[in-house]
Design a protein around this ligand. Structure first.
Ligand code: MLC
Ligand code: AMP
Length: 505
């Protein structure tokens, strides 16, 4: 195959009049129309001087055009670097500099804010608005509707996805064509997707879940997606009767369960509900089955590895577990110190190896070596065990990570910012349980001797440089941080003490 990713997922649909995307406005886009748009975009992107292997960074709203940018990158051999639409200009600046992206695509409303950071990083800037208009579509308008697919090898990079880092510096996970293809093939089979599937797609498309898991599976099968700009409860409830399947983060399912319109009749026809990206509480699993008669299928993945495990399609989907390692994925529970495999039933670090596992972190050989063993096992940072029937259970994290509504937040990044604020001696950021987002961010501050902290000003400073989803939902001043005898801050003590902050009373 000349370009495995493009040929496997996209090229096979050339000339197909079958629907690919059903849009919120009520119209549908066929595979063929989507591929013609893709070709025009590929021409317009190459006309900006990008060559195979270059990175294209995109901070754009979800739309069929935004998805066509992903396809155009695949066709032109360009590395796709999607960015959370919530990121501030400060955050974008880092991603551009680190990746050396040649082009930044952004929404027209952000052009003024991002022009300077693009220039600083030596990237060109083009706009693509949520309604599909902008400089890129303008440049693509008169371009040919076919594009000669650029040859690529299975081991070539397809995408660079940034994950937050424990030191505060984000790391670009390098995903190859074969990482994406192999995972899409395995999941399609495991979850029995076919061309008859209509997937309700309400996830963002700047992360693995919405971009690769959901979209690549549909592309591989030739099914279609009800492609919604975001998760809007009313819209999802209105459109579920037209879908066969849905993928979501746990917040989707708890929000649906909070609404009495979400009942057995509404979803009696559905084939499959899948959950991932954050733990689905066993009580949500049980409540979901009681309400709908469906058992949510929970799976476990990461940006660096795509999907690793899944509950079975036919067998028991067990609440509180993430199922079995997928075919082709080796999973071991290792001793955190020695890395040696632990006996069944013991808790240790989850390590995975397989065709799904990424190639390493962009320009960070030391970080790569720390997390990716020479024998191919990736140290996930998740703590888990394998039960006596082979189900994997995630019991915690060995990494200081907060997952809020499916978005990852590394406390260090916020602590560094809080520590810089006037009067702050030190800070600790932890995740506490939250009824909607699963976990949410709380910042604990200690003032310098004799200082009184201006919490409004501190919150304001955080909001200037951090995406909204990372903002502490509460700032709490303490006389001192709890420490163990080694002097290490005991975040577990803070988490336990403030566990009821958002969930009780
Ligand atoms: C939005 N906000 C969030 C947030 N999302 N805050 C914390 N955590 C989040 N996840 C902000 C909004 O900006 C808003 O700010 C306020 O919180 C409330 O907004 P909302 O209207 O309630 O939020 P909404 O827009 O509905 O978004 C919530 C959500 C969304 C859960 C639908 O976050 C979402 O789609 N999450 C999915 C994330 C995802 O795809 N993760 C996959 C990662 S891949 P204000 O200013 O109004 O207060 C991965 C690998 C794998 O992990 O295994 O899949
Ligand atoms: P990300 O870096 O955004 O790809 O997030 C990956 C992390 O999400 C994993 O390391 C896990 O901690 C978490 N995660 C993903 N799926 C699940 C799940 N089903 N249950 C618990 N945690 C999950």
């Amino acid at each position: 195959m000349a370009n495995p990713l493009y040929d496997t997922l996209f090229g096979r649909h050339a000339g197909s009049s079958m629907p690919f995307l059903h849009l919120a406005e009520g119209n549908s886009l066929s595979y063929d129309a989507f591929l013609r748009l893709t070709a025009r975009f590929a021409h317009a992107i190459c006309a900006e001087g990008l060559v195979p292997g270059d990175r294209l960074a995109a901070q754009i709203e979800k739309s069929s055009e935004a998805l066509a940018v992903y396809a155009a990158c695949a066709q032109a051999g360009i590395v796709f670097l999607p960015l959370n639409t919530g990121y501030t200009a400060d955050e974008i600046s880092y991603f551009l500099q680190d990746s050396g992206a040649r082009l930044l695509l952004c929404d027209g409303s952000r052009r003024a804010a991002l022009q300077a950071v693009a220039e600083l990083a030596g990237a060109r800037l083009m706009t693509l608005d949520a309604d599909g208009t902008g400089a890129l579509p303008d440049a693509a308008r008169d371009q040919p509707e076919t594009f000669t697919t650029v040859p690529r090898k299975a081991d070539d990079l397809a995408a660079l996805l940034y994950t937050s880092g424990t030191t505060g510096r984000s790391k670009g996970a390098m995903l190859t064509q074969s990482n994406l293809i192999s995972n899409a093939q395995i999941l399609t089979e495991y979850w029995r997707f076919t061309d008859r599937d209509i997937l309700l797609h309400a996830l963002p498309i700047f992360h693995t879940h919405g971009l690769f898991v959901a979209t690549n599976i549909i592309l591989l099968t030739g099914g279609s997606m009800i492609f919604l700009p975001k998760f809007d409860l009313d819209q999802v409830i209105a459109l579920l009767p037209r879908a066969t399947s849905m993928m979501g983060v746990p917040t989707f399912y708890t929000r649906l369960l909070d609404d009495p319109r979400f009942n057995r009749d509404l979803v009696a026809h559905m084939r499959l509900f899948i959950s991932g990206s954050a733990p689905l509480l066993a009580e949500t699993h049980v409540a979901f089955e009681e309400r709908t008669g469906h058992r949510v299928l929970e799976r476990y993945g990461m940006t660096e590895t795509n999907m690793n495990t899944s509950n079975p399609y036919d067998g028991e989907r067990r609440a509180g577990t993430v199922g079995f390692p997928l075919p082709g994925v080796d999973l071991k529970i290792a001793d955190p110190q020695s890395g040696k495999p632990l006996p069944q039933g013991e808790i240790g670090l989850i390590e995975v190896r397989g065709p799904n596992v990424f190639k390493g972190y962009w320009n960070m050989p030391e970080k790569t070596a720390e997390e990716l063993r020479a024998d191919g096992f990736f140290i996930t940072g998740d703590l888990g065990l394998i039960d006596n029937q082979g189900y994997v259970q995630i019991v915690g994290r060995n990494k200081d990570l907060i997952i809020s509504g499916g978005y990852n937040i590394y406390p260090k990044e916020i602590e560094l910012l809080l520590d810089e604020q006037p009067g702050v001696l030190e800070s600790a950021v932890v995740g506490v349980p939250h009824p909607d987002f699963g976990e949410t961010v709380v910042g604990f501050l200690v003032a310098q001797k004799g200082d009184t902290l201006d919490l409004d000003a501190i919150a304001q400073a955080a909001s200037k440089s951090l995406a909204r989803f990372k903002h502490p939902r509460r700032l709490i001043v303490l006389d001192e941080l709890p420490r163990n005898t080694m002097g290490k801050v005991q975040k577990n003590v803070l988490r336990a003490e403030y566990a009821g902050l958002f969930t009780s009373g």
